[in-house]
Design a protein around this ligand. Structure first.
Ligand SMILES: NC(=O)c1ccc[n+]([C@@H]2O[C@H](COP(=O)([O-])OP(=O)(O)OC[C@H]3O[C@@H](n4cnc5c(N)ncnc54)[C@H](O)[C@@H]3O)[C@@H](O)[C@H]2O)c1
Length: 311
């Protein structure tokens, strides 16, 4: 029988795509998200999923959500890389402490596996060599990355001491349909929205910052594959393995839309590492997965989606 999967943060960008991919493969899906969360991202699957509203910071809610669950995907974060240093104590309380409570509850509930979405763009800090391999040192320069790194370490501890099975995916920069173009994260959606609405794009630095952009459909397929392949590997980079600059996004968006973008370059931010491209050899070999959507194709899909949403 196929497993019952819980997606904590399942109403969000990545969680809603993960729900689609799991349903396609016949898994049972329970979505846990905030009280009265917007159903926009999951409207099309409301009759196929179980929904639990609650607060990740509330022990009783988390305990209740885990009943009858085989695999729990942890996709909740209350901070972003760019704002996490404003209040690291809040970051620790809402993300680290709550994640520890969740791991305790997963043990008590005998959840067979926990899958955690970490961050390939922040856990390594400033890469010494790119593409970055999983064995690269982890020296994050933002609180968000420190929390992701520490949750990874607790997962290791819970497995070693108490036998809780887990996988960690150090995700690069996902983009695609349903990414919020009004958020402070996700350059592809933000830039496309500005081009569509004829607004000025603002870039911190000279636009040469290089990132590993991965199309969301490819990213969630890797997460689902991990349920189907037996392996002792637990920590994977999840990215395209290719680097693109912010200026590349602008140029590609101009090409696809046929519009000229107005760009204002601002002073660069200290928290932005100059280059972050992930080596995806391990995940490709172990899970037999590879990204199939190239940069221009993925940006075209996202553009078409946003055009319908915004105009
Ligand atoms: N989007 C990216 O670029 C990216 C990159 C690497 C890692 N990640 C990680 O992936 C995960 C999902 O990211 P996303 O882009 O889908 O974010 P998102 O904001 O679209 O989705 C997160 C969901 O979690 C829910 N949530 C937040 N706090 C909650 C709480 N206290 N109780 C219940 N639900 C709560 C939100 O309502 C939202 O629906 C996060 O852990 C994020 O750190 C994201």
């Amino acid at each position: 029988m196929k497993k019952n999967c819980l997606i904590l943060g399942g109403g969000g960008f990545i969680g809603s795509h993960l729900a689609d991919a799991l349903l396609d493969r016949g898994y049972g899906v329970t979505i846990f998200d905030k009280l009265n969360f917007s159903r926009k991202n999951i409207n099309h699957v409301l009759d196929k999923v179980r929904i639990i509203e609650g607060d990740f910071n509330n022990e009783v809610d988390i305990k209740g959500s885990l009943a009858g669950i085989d695999v729990a995907f942890h996709l909740v974060s209350s901070t972003l890389p760019a704002n996490s240093n404003e209040n690291p104590i809040y970051d620790v309380e809402s993300n680290l402490v709550s994640s520890l409570r969740f791991l305790n509850e997963a043990l008590i509930n005998k959840t067979s596996k926990v899958i955690f979405i970490s961050s390939g763009g922040t856990v390594y800090g400033i890469p010494e060599k790119t593409p970055v391999k999983e064995s690269h040192h982890r020296k994050p320069i933002c609180s968000y990355g420190i929390i992701k790194k520490t949750i990874e370490d607790y997962l290791f501890m819970f497995e070693k001491l108490y036998g809780l099975d887990y996988s960690v995916f150090r995700l690069s920069n996902p983009y695609g349909e349903r990414q919020n173009p009004l958020a402070a994260q996700g350059a592809v959606a933000v830039f496309l929205k500005k081009i569509i609405l004829g607004e000025r794009i603002e870039i911190w630095g000279d636009g040469s910052i290089e990132r590993d952009y991965i199309y969301i459909g490819d990213a969630v397929n890797a997460l689902v594959k991990s349920l189907e392949v037996k392996t002792d590997e637990r920590i994977f980079n999840l990215g395209s393995g290719k680097g693109h600059t912010l200026n590349d996004i602008v140029r590609t968006a101009e090409k696809i839309s046929g519009r000229k973008a107005e760009v204002k370059y601002l002073e660069k931010r200290k928290i932005d590492v100059p280059v972050s491209v992930l080596d995806n050899t391990l995940i490709s070999k172990t899970l037999g997965w590879k990204p199939v959507t190239d940069f221009e194709e993925g940006i075209t899909k996202t553009y078409e989606y946003l055009k319908k949403e915004l105009l």
